[in-house]
Design a protein around this ligand. Sequence first.
Ligand code: MOS
Length: 704
Amino acid sequence: MIPKNVIGAGIDRVDGPLKVTGGAKYAGDVSLDGMVYAVPVTSTIARGNIASMDTSAAVKAPGVRIVMTRKNAPPLFKGGNDYDDACQSGEDWMPLQDDEIYYDGQIIGLVVADTLERAIHAADLVETSYQSCRPMVDLTAALKKPDTSQPATALGQPLQYERGDVDKALMKSLVRIDRTYTTPVQHHNPLEPHASVAEWSDDGSSLTLHETSQWVVNSRNSIARMLGIDQSKVTVRVLSPFLGGGFGSKGYARAFSALTAAAARELGYPVKLVLSRRQMYSLNGHRPSTTQAVTLGSDRRGRLKATRHLCGTYTSKVFQYIEPVVLSTQLLYKCSSLRTGFDLARMNTGTPTPMRGPGETPGLFALESAMDELAFATGVDPIDLRRLNYAERDPRTNNRQRWSSKHLNECYDKGAEEFGWKDRPKKPASRRDGRWLIGYGMASATYPAQNTSSSVKVSLTADGRAEIEVASHDLGTGTYTILCQFAANELGLPVSKVSCRLADTFLPPGPCAGGSQTVASVGPAVIAACKNLLTFRKAGMPGEETVTIPGSQPNGFSWQSFGAQFAEVRVDAALGRIRVHRFLGIYDVGKIINEKTARSQVHGGIIQGIGMALMEASAFDPYFGRVMTPNLADYHFPVNADIHGIRVSFIDEPDPHFGPLGARGLGELPLTGAAAAVANAVFNATGIRVRDLPILPNTILAKG
Ligand code: MOS
């Protein structure tokens, strides 16, 4: 049967049955002959030095194979800091090489035993004493310190940016909004904890790593470098066929993987390390908190004359991670005078790392809240305000360069219609249903369209089956399924006759599953390989084809995705409880490849957005610098009972100037702007403007 309209169809996940039957093997599921278990010993202070470590009891504990500390650890080397060369580590610092403590939960030792329980027990027996100092974990205070810097760029884009004359334009503006917004520390909290299983060949000539990785090619290169391995002499293979979520936390390579491999090399046995939930709050990154001063100036009707967005955030003491918060402000609206600024402090925290929509997500909370404040101040409808300031062309190019395609106005129209925006309470705190105050809010969403080089191998058998192989990833997003759809479509095969192997560095190299770029990077390579196989397919002959295609080259257009998000909230007037009663997202991401997996990804983004608006926050103890929320009881995110009606629509217009598919990628866009839509709805419901996330019932009660 020749498939019709395979592209776009809501096809079930091809890996679904494996996942629901337990047949999908995740890194932490891997069990090897003679395998032993590693547990990190972690610091209980956030700043200072190790004075002494007494390992005598741990060494004698039953089943213990080795206790590694600074005293007996093998040398480990700084990983790479080169994203473009696929050698990107999460930190510059390597554990067990010095006595300094930079953050709470830092690795200071590793215990390996024959069972997990024995390793946990022995790790508890290690006695550590410290010389400790007061850590810096307060963002406002840290931003005043001399080691605060003003990085010029992030991701090749300017952070310190100005067009026009902002000060003059602000002075002349009849309406001014001048507010500070803050977002808290957030943790990715994938369901699957980070894991690493390392196995060496007997002669030491090859190392196999089963990793929780969004980027196996990077894991291989970075971990090899940390171990001091010359890859021309030692074969390193990294596998990560299934992931239980990553959200960015599994993109950069981590030192604990190298430590696991080093322990396996010392012992001559395979070693497994799985982080505990608590350790995941220190060792694999987080979204840093931000403080953002946004100033908008407009005429009486809300036409933007000036925009200023100054962000302060932080990184750790051991890596310069930059959360590129202000970039989307430079392009979302037409505004001739605009300045962004960025201050980066250093704190005694674990190192931040990309988290779904890094930069755009906290940045749009501030900008889209400020736009709502401007709408209220001018009396202009929030959607009309955004239409009034619509960027028909890229504002970063003096409104000269066109977007490859942009249907944001359709998102506003379609969203307003489907949501029933015209019924929005015109005045804040004016609609009530019993104890519930009802409010509507909206916000724009935006995220850049990215793609990069990928290789792919497609093999065709004589009996008409095809197999795709590429070292890229399915984080739970649907990559297995959509790559099969591409091949089925090109080769004229049913999807059931196509299979796909992913995330193994022995396969042709593919990109990081980050930056929402997998569809637009790997998809074109699959299509190109299949086209080259068509003559074999027509002749009913076996064949195989490996292709490498570059990412899209600059073609005179700006590539960006957009969306509009709508929330109806109900706020309990007596208790301040907030419930997102309805949420609607409309997205313009070019062509949709699989309506079902796309919808599912958007649901995840919106749920994270509701969590960001109302629940999620990690706190550091102000005196000791310890993470106070290192578990799923204290770190709150939505459960099913918190989620009500979510609706999703796509514009589904192929982008004629972005890649052969016209598909721009989707994963990160729906989280951007989502928290602002909720916050704006809370204002409409209550008349209370909350500028500090998350919005908690006590804030509503205190201000109400
Ligand atoms: Mo994403 S934060 O680029 O995995």
